[in-house]
Design a protein around this ligand. Structure first.
Ligand code: PLP
Length: 249
């Protein structure tokens, strides 16, 4: 599983998945990148393998590529052996940068939680925004589960503009502080349109099922001043075409 999910920010109930996996003698695995090890601890709920794209929050500065997996010793040993045989190993400089990034993980994530919460609340009130997806917004469909298994809502927010896919593209291109780029989790805020980037290869029917629409914009909220980020969004949302008024009679 993945939780929260990319790009729809749905939350999967860890306890339910762990119970189901145990019943069927399966290993449970999570891509926990969006949640970070600061905001959630899937192992405490019985999840067996926890994976992160370390490229994102763990490193935190969008300047290296790595993956991380955590699990009980006997599981890690098997992964370790395969990895050693295949020779997939980080270079020393990237490893050093990752360790340096980890030293500020907790403070970065705390700030990203605060900023993203403010951004989500701002967007939720905006007339040109149809919907906002953020685990710690009270109207999130899994708000109760999110509160139970997460200590912060994270830095990722997605929303749909009240308009067309073309409007969403214009908004993303009008931002000045949020850089239009497909990665996430770094100190600088990024914006992307999932259907044009991360989910471009996913068939339209599958995208529709998961709720990734053409109007959806994904934000990776960084550690900048929250007022500046909100001002940037306010400015960019002006690019959404005003609703057409049809004259009758
Ligand atoms: C949730 C999630 N998991 C995994 C990955 C893959 O990470 P990497 O780029 O480190 O291979 C990404 C990155 O795009 C991601 O967003």
């Amino acid at each position: 599983m993945e939780s929260p999910t990319n790009p729809t920010l749905r939350v999967v109930d860890f306890k339910k998945v762990a119970t189901l996996a145990k019943e069927h003698k399966l290993l449970s695995m999570i891509d926990a990148t969006f949640g970070t090890p600061i905001n959630q601890h899937p192992a405490q709920f019985g999840i067996d393998l926890i994976m992160h794209s370390g490229t994102k929050y763990l490193a935190g500065h969008t300047d290296l590529i790595c993956g991380v997996v955590a699990a009980r010793h006997e599981l890690i040993e098997r992964i370790w052996e395969t990895r050693t045989t295949l020779g997939n190993c980080m270079d020393p400089h990237a490893s050093w940068m990752l360790v340096r990034g980890l030293k500020t993980l907790a403070v970065r994530v705390a700030r990203q939680n605060e900023n993203a919460q403010r951004v989500a609340e701002f967007l939720a009130e905006h007339a040109k925004v149809r919907s906002v997806h953020y685990p710690f917004l009270k109207n999130h469909p899994q708000y109760a589960v999110a509160r139970e298994q997460m200590s912060g809502g994270g830095g990722m927010v997605s929303f749909e503009v009240e308009g067309t896919g073309e409007d969403a593209r214009k908004v993303s291109e009008s931002m000045r502080l949020f850089t239009l780029a497909p990665s996430l989790g770094g100190v600088e805020s990024l914006v992307s349109i999932p259907v044009l980037t991360s989910h471009a290869m996913v068939p339209a029917a599958e995208r529709a099922k998961m709720g990734a629409t053409e109007q959806m914009i994904r934000l990776s909220v960084g550690i900048e001043n929250a007022d500046d980020l909100i001002a940037d969004l306010e400015h960019a949302l002006q690019a959404v075409a005003a609703p057409q008024h049809v004259q009758v009679g």
